[in-house]
Design a protein around this ligand. Structure first.
Ligand SMILES: [Zn+2]
Length: 342
């Protein structure tokens, strides 16, 4: 059953799953609505490249999610994030033969959007979303294009972000008579959505090309690691150069935080299993090859964005203090970070 829908879910996930410039580590997620009740969403702890017709995602009752999220706002004195997590798990409606996995923590906002939703942490979109000039530049790029868009300030992920996306989409639709094609989320990334999955892919791809052209972006390098006696070392020239140019040590990457994934992936590793020697421009990863490759990609995303923002003479927008504290203490993210170690 649902073979066409499973094919669509696989297509949108595979489209961006192997693009490190679009998704780094387990970041980013996709969803596809099978009907007016069931929605496939990437499973937490899986990468987009893992998604196949029968794996890497879970199906949820998204009508129930939006109904339950609406009820939360009426309740007093509850732990909203704990409640949200319970709802997300409670709304899983497993298809026959599928593994019982946990839906992505971003399942909430997917519920309010079109049939096919592609959410990435595209480094080009983050040249907008991680700079003070982002909103103005988004206007310059997209205002007179065929794509309608929304630009959302930083909101802590999970319940609060879901409700904000819902409210913004309703307001946009009331004003424009249609759903937005694109959503940019400050200190986070972008969303492309459409009822037709191939169109959703086209919107995501074209929008990224428009941003690449606008910022005259340099080519995104390949993340390369090499085996050493202790683990693996970074061989990506852009990262090695960055460490020297920005005098970037462990403390730098722990304090210059541009978005949640940087904290999620790096916070428990810096100075312990990620050792940076800025004088010799080297990074050593004391971990498995898979983990080292993941962290090299996460680091490359951060390094690319900061380098390109400086080169374009924009000002880097750091994650706000409240956002940083929220992420450092967020249970769902701890779960996701623990799955990196699989
Ligand atoms: Zn995200």
């Amino acid at each position: 059953m649902f073979n066409e829908s499973k094919k669509a879910m696989t297509a949108i996930s595979q489209y961006c799953g192997n693009r490190v410039d679009y998704v780094q580590g387990g970041g980013g997620n996709t969803s596809y609505k099978f009907n007016d009740k069931l929605m496939a969403i990437k499973a937490s702890g899986y990468t987009l490249a893992d998604v196949q017709p029968e794996q890497g995602y879970v199906t949820v009752d998204y009508s129930k999610i939006s109904r339950k999220y609406d009820e939360i706002s009426k309740k007093m004195d509850i732990d909203v994030e704990a409640e949200t997590l319970l709802i997300n798990l409670d709304c899983v409606e497993l298809l026959h033969g599928m593994k019982d996995l946990r839906p992505s923590v971003e399942v909430g906002f997917h519920s309010y959007l079109q049939k096919a939703v592609i959410h990435t942490h595209s480094v080009y979109s983050n040249l907008l979303c991680c700079s003070d000039e982002g909103r103005d530049n988004a206007k310059s790029i997209f205002e007179n294009s065929k794509y309608g868009y929304i630009y959302i300030p930083f909101i802590s992920p999970g319940y609060t972000l879901s409700i904000r996306v819902k409210d913004e989409v309703i307001a946009y639709k009331a004003e424009n008579g249609k759903m937005p094609d694109l959503i940019f989320m400050e200190s986070h990334g972008m969303i492309a959505s459409n009822d037709d999955y191939e169109t959703a892919i086209e919107i995501h791809e074209t929008a990224n090309q428009m941003m690449i052209d606008y910022f005259n972006s340099v080519e995104f390098p390949k993340a390369i690691i090499k085996k050493t006696s202790k683990g693996f070392s970074s061989k990506t020239e852009m990262i090695n150069k960055f460490i020297v140019d920005f005098s970037a040590d462990e403390n730098y990457f722990d304090t210059v935080n541009i978005y949640p994934d940087q904290i999620v992936y790096l916070q428990n590793n810096l100075g312990k299993t990620i050792l940076i020697d800025k004088d010799n421009a080297s990074i050593e990863y004391i971990m498995s090859e898979k983990q080292a490759q993941t962290l090299e990609e996460v680091l490359l995303g951060v390094v690319y964005i900061i380098t390109e923002i400086k080169r374009n003479e924009l000002s880097l927008k750091l994650l706000c203090k409240e956002g940083e504290d929220f992420i450092r203490n967020w249970e769902s993210e701890k779960y996701r970070a623990s799955l990196v170690n699989d």
